[in-house]
Design a protein around this ligand. Structure first.
Ligand SMILES: *[C@@H]1O[C@H](CO)[C@@H](O)[C@H](O)[C@H]1NC(C)=O
Ligand SMILES: *[C@@H]1O[C@H](CO)[C@@H](O)[C@H](O)[C@H]1NC(C)=O
Ligand SMILES: *[C@@H]1O[C@H](CO)[C@@H](O)[C@H](O)[C@H]1NC(C)=O
Ligand SMILES: *[C@@H]1O[C@H](CO)[C@@H](O)[C@H](O)[C@H]1NC(C)=O
Ligand SMILES: *[C@@H]1O[C@H](CO)[C@@H](O)[C@H](O)[C@H]1NC(C)=O
Ligand SMILES: *[C@@H]1O[C@H](CO)[C@@H](O)[C@H](O)[C@H]1NC(C)=O
Ligand SMILES: *[C@@H]1O[C@H](CO)[C@@H](O)[C@H](O)[C@H]1NC(C)=O
Ligand SMILES: *[C@@H]1O[C@H](CO)[C@@H](O)[C@H](O)[C@H]1NC(C)=O
Ligand SMILES: *[C@@H]1O[C@H](CO)[C@@H](O)[C@H](O)[C@H]1NC(C)=O
Ligand SMILES: *[C@@H]1O[C@H](CO)[C@@H](O)[C@H](O)[C@H]1NC(C)=O
Ligand SMILES: *[C@@H]1O[C@H](CO)[C@@H](O)[C@H](O)[C@H]1NC(C)=O
Length: 506
C-alpha cells in the first residue's frame, strides 16, 4: 500500500480509461432492454446487528418477492469511498476516493473529471435510459470548491441531490443545478418523505421506460431524526448484546485495543439510544419502499422493473467496545443488506453468493445490454445468478476490502494524550479512526470462510480470522495459523491491490 503501488494503480486507471474510450463506440450495439431499474441506497444500514429488523414491508415486497442475499458486502466501510465504488463499479485503488474529504477525492474536481464520465448512469443514458437521482450523493457534493450546486454529474437526466452529508431537516438541495433550501417543517421538509414524494412525481409526470431511478435517503445515518409519528417506536429496544458487544479486542490493532472496556454506562446509554433512533428513521424508508412499489404497480410498471435495496456500509454499536461508527474491517461494518426483485427473478429466494457493492453498476449495465468487459469496472454482473442465465455460472469466492484511515493533523482537543492523527473521538477518548487505521484485507467465502488483513501502520499489524469457527471475530489467529496459508493470503492480497477490470474478477 506504499507510494509505488499507488503509482501502479494510477497507471492502470489511465490504461483502463483508454481502453474504455476505445470500447464505448461498440457498447451501443448490444441488445437493448426496456427494463427499468430502481436502486434504494440507505446510509450506514448494517445487517449484522439487526439493521433490517424494522424493514418489514421492504422484506415482504422486495426480498420475499425476489432474492435476499445473505453475503452482500461493501469493499470499503465508509460512505464516500463506498458510494464512489457503487457509482464507478471500481475498488478504491482504482477510483482513488480515499475518504470523505475533498482532498481525499470525495466529489473532487479530479473525481468529476476522471471517474464520473465512467459511472453507471452515463452508460445507461447512452442506452436510451432516462435517469433520475434523488438523495444523498457524495459527502462533499455541492461544495463551492467542487463546482457547487451547479455541478450536475454526468449521466443524470433529472438531478435532485443533497448538498453535503446526511440530514433530515435544514438542508440544501441541487435541483437540476439550482439550489433549493429546506427548513424543519415535518410536512414540507422531512428529507426521507420529500424523496418519496419527488420520486412518485418523477414516476407519474416524467418517466418513460426505460428509466433508472436512484433514491438515497439519509436514514439511518446520524443525526437520527425520526418522523414525528415514529419518535416513540421501539422505545424499549436496546443494541443487541452478545457476539463481540462490549468485548475488549485485546489482540487487535492498536485503535481497537485502546477502547475502554467494559464501556462506561454513559457510552452504553448513548449507543442504545442511537440504536433505537436508527430504527425509527428506517421506518420512513420502509414507507418509501411501499409507496414507490405501489406507484410502480398502479402504473403497471412493476413487472418490467428491477428493484435493488442496499446500503453504503454497515455499522457497529458497542462491538469490541467501540461505541458507534463504521470504518472497521469486521463483519458488522463491511456487510450490507441486499435485496432484489424484478423480471425473471423467482420469489422467496435466499442466496449465498458473495455480492459486492462494485457489482451493482455492472449488473445495471448488463440489464441495459452493455458489455461490462468494455468498461473499466472491476465488479461483475450478478444478473445471470438472478435470472438463472446459465452461460456464465462461475462466481467469485474472495474479494478485497480497502480502507484509508481518517485522522486530524492536530491532537483531539478532548484527548491530547493520544497525540495527533486520531479522529471521531468520544468524550471518554475512545477514538474510532486514525490515519494509521489504514488496511487491506482478503475475505474468502465459499470453501473457506477467512479474513486476512494487513495494516499500513508502524507495526505492519496483521489480523487473521477463521469465521467458520469464530463468526464474531473474537480471536485473531495470526500467530497460530499455518504460515503457508498466511503467505498465500498475502500473495492474493498483493494481486488484488493491483487489479483492474477483468483481473479483479478472476
Ligand atoms: C485523486 O484523484 C486523482 C485523479 O484521479 C489522482 O491523481 C490523485 O492521486 C487522487 N488523490 C488521492 C489522495 O488519492
Ligand atoms: C433548523 O434551523 C433553525 C434555524 O437555524 C433552528 O432554529 C432549528 O432548530 C433547526 N432545526 C433542526 C431540526 O435542526
Ligand atoms: C409528502 O406527501 C404527503 C402526501 O402525499 C404529505 O402528507 C407530506 O407532507 C409530504 N412530505 C414532504 C416532506 O413533502
Ligand atoms: C412505548 O411504546 C409502546 C408501544 O408502541 C407505547 O404504547 C408507549 O406509549 C410508548 N411509551 C413511550 C414513553 O413513548
Ligand atoms: C452502570 O449500569 C449498571 C447496570 O445498569 C449498574 O449496575 C451500575 O451501577 C452502573 N454504574 C454506574 C457507575 O452508574
Ligand atoms: C417464503 O418462504 C417462506 C418459508 O420458506 C414461507 O413461509 C413464505 O410464505 C414464502 N413467501 C412467499 C411470498 O412465497
Ligand atoms: C464483451 O467484450 C469482450 C471484450 O471486448 C468480448 O471478448 C466479449 O466477447 C464480449 N461479450 C459479448 C457477449 O459480446
Ligand atoms: C436454475 O436452473 C437450474 C437448472 O436449469 C435449476 O435446477 C434451478 O432450480 C434454477 N434455479 C432457479 C433459482 O431458478
Ligand atoms: C483525506 O485524504 C487526503 C489524501 O490522502 C489527506 O490529505 C487528508 O488528510 C484525509 N482527510 C482526513 C480527514 O483524514
Ligand atoms: C498509530 O498512530 C497513533 C497516533 O495517531 C500512534 O499513537 C500509534 O502508536 C500508531 N500505531 C501504530 C501501530 O502505528
Ligand atoms: C477453520 O475452522 C474450521 C472449523 O473449526 C476448521 O475446520 C478449519 O480447518 C479452520 N480453517 C483454518 C484455515 O484454520
Amino acid at each position: 500500500m506504499g507510494g509505488s503501488k499507488r503509482g501502479v494503480a494510477t497507471l492502470l486507471a489511465v490504461l483502463a480509461a483508454w481502453q474504455l474510450a476505445l470500447g464505448v463506440a461498440a457498447v451501443g450495439e448490444g441488445r437493448r432492454s426496456r427494463h427499468n431499474i430502481v436502486l434504494i441506497l440507505t446510509d450506514d444500514q448494517d445487517t449484522e446487528i439487526g439493521g433490517m429488523t424494522p424493514m418489514k414491508k421492504t422484506q415482504a415486497l422486495i426480498g420475499q418477492l425476489g432474492a435476499s442475499f445473505t453475503n452482500g458486502f461493501a469493499v470499503t466501510p465508509l460512505c464516500c469511498p463506498s458510494r464512489s465504488s457503487i457509482l464507478s463499479g471500481r475498488y478504491p485503488h482504482n477510483h482513488l476516493v480515499r475518504n470523505n474529504s475533498l482532498d481525499g477525492n470525495c466529489s473532487s474536481p479530479a473525481w468529476q473529471q476522471y471517474q464520473e464520465p465512467f459511472t453507471y448512469p452515463v452508460y445507461l443514458q447512452k442506452q436510451g435510459y432516462q435517469t433520475f437521482y434523488a438523495g444523498k450523493y457524495l459527502n462533499k457534493y455541492g461544495d463551492p470548491k467542487a463546482g457547487g450546486v451547479e455541478h450536475i454529474p454526468m449521466g443524470w437526466t433529472y438531478w435532485l441531490a443533497l448538498v453535503g452529508n446526511s440530514k433530515y431537516y435544514n438542508y440544501s438541495l441541487s435541483v437540476n443545478g439550482r439550489e433549493e433550501q429546506h427548513g424543519d417543517h415535518y410536512e414540507k421538509d422531512y428529507f426521507t418523505d420529500l424523496l418519496t414524494n419527488r420520486s412518485l412525481e418523477f414516476l407519474e409526470k416524467l418517466s418513460r421506460p426505460p428509466f433508472l431511478m436512484v433514491l438515497a435517503p439519509p436514514a439511518p445515518h446520524s443525526p437520527w431524526t425520526a418522523a414525528p409519528r415514529y419518535k416513540t417506536a421501539y422505545n424499549s429496544t436496546k443494541a443487541p448484546r452478545g457476539g463481540s458487544f462490549n468485548v475488549h479486542g485485546e489482540d487487535k490493532h492498536w485503535l481497537v485495543r485502546q477502547a475502554k472496556s467494559p464501556m462506561s454506562n454513559t457510552s452504553i446509554n448513548f449507543l442504545d439510544k442511537a440504536y433505537r433512533q436508527r430504527w425509527q428513521t428506517l421506518l420512513s424508508v420502509d414507507d418509501m419502499v411501499e409507496r414507490v412499489l405501489g406507484k410502480l404497480e398502479s402504473m403497471k410498471l412493476l413487472d418490467s422493473t428491477y428493484v435493488f435495496y442496499t446500503s453504503d456500509n454497515g455499522y457497529h454499536t458497542g462491538q469490541f467496545s467501540l461505541p458507534i461508527d463504521k470504518r472497521q474491517l469486521y463483519e458488522f461494518d463491511i456487510r450490507v443488506p441486499l435485496l432484489v426483485r424484478g423480471p425473471g427473478i423467482k420469489s422467496n429466494q435466499t442466496r449465498q453468493e458473495l455480492i459486492l457493492n462494485i457489482d451493482l453498476g455492472p449488473t445495471f449495465l448488463d440489464i441495459a445490454g452493455v458489455n461490462v468487459s468494455q468498461t473499466p469496472m472491476d465488479g461483475q454482473s450478478f444478473l445471470p445468478l438472478l435470472v438463472n442465465r446459465t452461460e456464465d455460472c462461475s462466481w467469485r469466492s474472495d474479494f478485497l476490502v480497502e480502507y484509508t484511515g481518517e485522522g486530524c493533523s492536530g491532537s483531539d482537543p478532548h484527548c491530547p494524550s493520544l497525540g495527533p492523527g486520531v479522529s471521531q473521538c468520544f468524550p471518554d477518548c475512545v477514538c474510532e479512526d486514525a490515519f494509521n487505521n489504514t488496511y487491506a484485507c482478503v475475505r474468502t467465502l465459499n470453501t473457506a470462510n477467512l479474513q486476512y488483513c494487513e495494516f499500513a501502520d508502524a507495526k505492519a499489524f496483521v489480523e487473521f480470522y477463521n469465521l467458520t469457527s469464530d463468526p464474531h471475530q473474537l480471536v485473531n489467529v495470526v500467530k497460530s495459523v499455518d504460515p503457508d496459508l498466511l503467505e498465500k493470503m498475502n500473495q492474493r492480497l498483493i494481486k488484488f491491490q493491483a487489479c483492474a477490470g477483468a483481473s479483479c474478477r478472476s
